[in-house]
Design a protein. Structure first.
Length: 312
């Protein structure tokens, strides 16, 4: 197990702040990197390639394209998530910007990463790929990625069914590259446990939704504080891919979680609740949600996690 040279020694805590749709904005990324963890965001959070350029300019200007900040302690590198599937019309224009700004880490998901790997390796960047099955891990590795992200059972958003204790050791049987484990990790003890299992990094999303710099609504953050794992509902209804969603948010949107209509009808939202749109008013979380009790600044949260990690 070893981190790529581009990341080795660049993180104060072995954590990736996962790219979260409609949650991860430049402020979250910048503060995560300044705190010493790898901050990321989905390219599609920027509404156009032009806005994505503005975001990359802001982030690279604040922390440097390769984590350099002069005489100050160097922030961690940052990353961008690209949906690699052929149905994403933004792949090519967004990747042109990724290459132009030499984004240090690119996280690919839902599709073949091969062409993206070639482009990112061209300037010396790193590519990690989301996987939910062992077969997908093998395909991504064959495609030349620098690491895989097993999104295991209990993770927020689009999660797989594999338990981490099944996924990580199995991947380690045929792969000695980087593994960033996703699923139910909310504190520094969980980060250490991920490493003990065989992962190099912990990939954490839900815990960072409830932070000061997250653009999630106050109601969303409060729901994370109030909810337990039992409040999650695993369903493909909102995107066609199974995802862990917060049951109370489904109810507040005027829907019955046990009688959800077709995906196309939910996307329209009109006949159920004029303000309800999937992923905007119907919220995701992982099973680690029960460990969330506050919404601190990212710097404070990372410091807390670091102390827990060192204690573990």
């Amino acid at each position: 197990m070893a981190l790529p040279a581009q990341l080795d020694g660049k993180l104060s805590l072995p954590v990736v702040v996962a790219p979260m749709f409609l949650v991860s904005w430049p402020e979250l990324v910048i503060e995560a990197c300044r705190a010493g963890v790898l901050g990321t965001f989905p390219a599609l959070n920027a509404r156009s390639p032009e806005e994505l350029r503005d975001w990359l300019e802001k982030i690279s200007g604040a922390i440097g394209p390769k984590g350099s900040s002069g005489n100050a302690p160097s922030p961690a590198p940052y990353g961008v998530n690209i949906i690699a599937h052929r149905t994403n019309p933004r792949v090519e224009p967004d990747m042109e910007l990724v290459v132009e700004y030499e984004v240090p880490v690119v996280i690919t998901s839902v599709g073949k990463p091969d062409k993206i790997v070639e482009a990112v390796h061209g300037y010396g960047g790193v590519v990690l790929h989301d996987i939910t099955t062992i077969d997908f891990a093998k395909r991504a590795i064959d495609g030349g990625v620098d690491g895989v992200i097993p999104v295991c059972s209990g993770a927020g958003g689009h999660a797989g069914n594999l338990n981490p204790f099944a996924a990580v050791p199995r991947i380690r049987e045929f792969y000695d590259g980087m593994i960033a484990l996703a699923g139910c990790i909310s504190d520094g003890g969980g980060v250490r446990a991920a490493q003990a299992l065989g992962a190099d990094l912990a990939y954490i999303g839900t815990r960072f939704i409830a932070t000061k710099e997250s653009v999630a609504s106050p109601a969303y953050k409060q729901m994370l504080i109030d909810c337990e794992a039992e409040d999650l509902f695993y369903t493909p209804a909102f995107s066609g891919i199974p995802a862990n969603m917060l049951r109370p948010s489904i109810v507040e949107a005027g829907l019955d979680p046990d009688r959800l209509p077709a995906k196309t009808e939910i996307d329209l939202g009109e006949e159920f609740n004029h303000s309800a749109k999937a992923w905007r008013d119907i919220w995701t979380a992982g099973q680690g949600v029960g460990s969330i009790h506050d919404s601190p600044p990212i710097a404070e949260l990372v410091a807390r996690m670091t102390a827990e990690y060192q204690a573990a």
